[in-house]
Design a protein around this ligand. Structure first.
Ligand code: ADP
Ligand code: MG
Length: 254
């Protein structure tokens, strides 16, 4: 049973793209997967074609809806793999401000997952680009963090804030938390700069960096507009190939 927070306080680094395609990929291997959209921008929900959810993580955190009744079943048409989603919506912003004033605020999600986690092999949480109470909830509930890093200049800049946050949560709320993987995304092998950055990321994080590098690929950027994962949208694309290979690495690590 793995509970994985996909986090980076920088936006646009590939958190949502990775969350959706890892979830769908694991499901196609027969794994039982729950994806939780923890971003008020609801990109993961939209990516999967869920635009008007009846119940969202916002309602669940407020205690207005039951988590198990807020699960939406997503069909991965390319492989017949099914996985579960708890969607998000804009009002998660207000819930975040409310949560900030609640006692035991960082423990809410962890407690809510207690009743459902035995149903799953993997629970993935797509975090928002901020180190706020929602991300703290994800890091407190998680057994590991995956950090997507964009292979661009200043990729490692700002990551120290996340690393410090992980250390703090490890010391206080979640002793078993560890960085389970660094995912290099939006890589362009044609540029020397990208290759230098790849090297500096591997120098910094070592073995925790996945061998699979996610290349820049237009299909990955287009798939969300079709409401599909990369495998369903363009099975032969480099994007689908890279995420398939990443999922195999994840399964081998487990
Ligand atoms: P985050 O969730 O970290 O903000 P996203 O996963 O939403 O990042 O990615 C940011 C943008 O880049 C999105 O428009 C997405 O479709 C696009 N994108 C992500 N990964 C790739 C890639 N490997 N190649 C091309 N475009 C990508
Ligand atoms: Mg996102």
């Amino acid at each position: 049973m793995h509970i994985i927070a996909i986090a980076n306080n920088k936006g646009g680094v590939g958190k949502t793209t990775s969350s959706v395609n890892i979830a769908a990929g694991l499901a196609s291997h027969g794994k039982k997967v729950l994806l939780i959209d923890l971003d008020p921008q609801a990109n993961a929900s939209q990516h999967l074609g869920v635009t008007q959810p009846e119940s969202t993580i916002s309602d669940v955190l407020k205690g207005e809806k039951q988590l198990s009744r807020s699960i939406i079943s997503i069909e991965n048409s390319s492989t017949d793999g099914l996985f579960d989603l708890i969607a998000s919506e804009r009002s998660l912003n207000q819930t975040c401000r409310w949560l900030d004033t609640e006692p035991g605020r960082e423990l809410k999600l962890k407690n809510l997952l207690k009743n459902v986690k035995s149903r799953y092999d993997y629970i993935l949480m797509d975090c928002m680009p901020a180190l706020n109470v929602l991300t703290h909830n994800a890091l407190t509930a998680a057994s590991e963090v995956y950090i997507p890093v964009q292979a661009q200049y200043l990729a490692l800049h700002g990551l120290s804030a996340l690393t410090e946050e992980i250390e703090t949560i490890k010391e206080s709320l979640n002793k078993k938390l560890r960085v389970g993987g660094v995912i290099i995304t939006q890589y362009d092998a044609r540029t020397i700069l990208n290759r230098d950055i790849l090297k500096s990321i591997v120098d910094t994080y070592g073995d925790v960096v996945f061998k699979t590098v996610i290349r820049q690929n237009i299909a990955l950027a287009e798939a969300p507009t079709a409401g599909k994962d990369a495998y369903a949208y363009a099975p032969e694309s480099n994007g689908a190939k890279d995420y398939r290979s990443l999922v195999e690495e994840i399964l081998n690590r487990a």
